[in-house]
Design a binder for this molecule. Sequence first.
Ligand SMILES: NC(=O)c1ccc[n+]([C@@H]2O[C@H](COP(=O)([O-])OP(=O)(O)OC[C@H]3O[C@@H](n4cnc5c(N)ncnc54)[C@H](OP(=O)(O)O)[C@@H]3O)[C@@H](O)[C@H]2O)c1
Length: 345
Amino acid sequence: MFSKSQFSWMMPVSVVWTLMVNVLNQVRPNPINLLPEPPSMALAPQKICIVTGSNTGIGKETARKMAGYGYSVVVACRTASKGESAASTIDGAEFIAPLDLSSFSSVRNFVKEFKAKYERLDVLVNNAGMNSFDGGSESVDGLDLCFQTNFLGHFLLTRLLLPLMEKTEAPRVVNLSSVMHHFGSNLKTAEDWKLGMKVGCANAYSDSKLASVLFSMELNRRCPKLKSFAVNPGAVNSDIWRVMKERNPFLFKHVISPIFRTIYLDTDEGSVTTVAAAIIEDLDPATSLYLQPYASPEKSKTCHPLWEMMGVFVGFSATKARLPGGDGEESGRGLWDASTELCGL
Ligand SMILES: NC(=O)c1ccc[n+]([C@@H]2O[C@H](COP(=O)([O-])OP(=O)(O)OC[C@H]3O[C@@H](n4cnc5c(N)ncnc54)[C@H](OP(=O)(O)O)[C@@H]3O)[C@@H](O)[C@H]2O)c1
């Protein structure tokens, strides 16, 4: 996820910065952008939402909140037992079939099962993700495992579900990005992107999170009826740090975990920006394509990654993403074309 040089300066700076901000948080009203109260009655007609990777972490809290807003939520998880167990703890959620985003055939099979049961889809939250501490693992389709899990699997899922979404009044697609999109490669043409998706291209996590922003932008351009947003959920104390835990159990338990618990958002807070992108009616992708949970100094300028790593938690706030070429247009088109080809669409 981080290169060694990125990690060596980001970690200490972010810890000091966040300790300062925690003090600030004590004296400010917090958060500023609250989510609306859940409705007292169920939505009519019953609206459907899919949340990928919702057996744990930010995804599980997102599924819980969406069910609270009256959506019928499909928890889309790769392991049936984990998905069933998550659904059993959320009133209004169900598990219908496994979804392994690192396999194109699993994505296609999930869509087949979903279409057999539902005729509409209102909100798709492309949340599932893995980091790439190990780097360079290969998916069953011969592509970079991290890039396929985080981006290509979601690209295929979204494209296959678009016809169902376009039947609804106000469809939304929320793509989980990250502050790490700032460190994405300067990939522009379809050929650049195809090379970037190969196994061993070291920047897979950052590139997948940049791709999520560009994909949101392209969806808005190509599907005028739909609204799509990219979300950096903030630095969240979730299971995404499991590789660190497996590698250094002692250090993790006694040093890293207590720091994360103190300074990072919990998964309840970490799901606020995603849910805002899914339900706040007057959010407009033309002005708020990329959302993150901290107060940001200036909306019109791409802010420094530090402002997006930690800060004063305000719920959700629009920030300018860092895109290749400034506007990301050529890169977005290249990404769309390369992904369409690789997904066999
Ligand atoms: N936590 C942060 O600080 C942070 C910061 C920026 C962005 N994000 C993004 O937020 C999203 C949610 O992350 P999180 O922090 O909630 O992480 P998490 O607790 O590790 O949850 C990740 C979820 O994705 C699922 N997943 C992983 N590989 C999958 C695959 N091949 N197919 C289907 N599902 C798969 C996991 O399932 P299993 O349990 O079966 O592995 C799990 O449900 C990710 O996209 C992440 O990149 C997180």
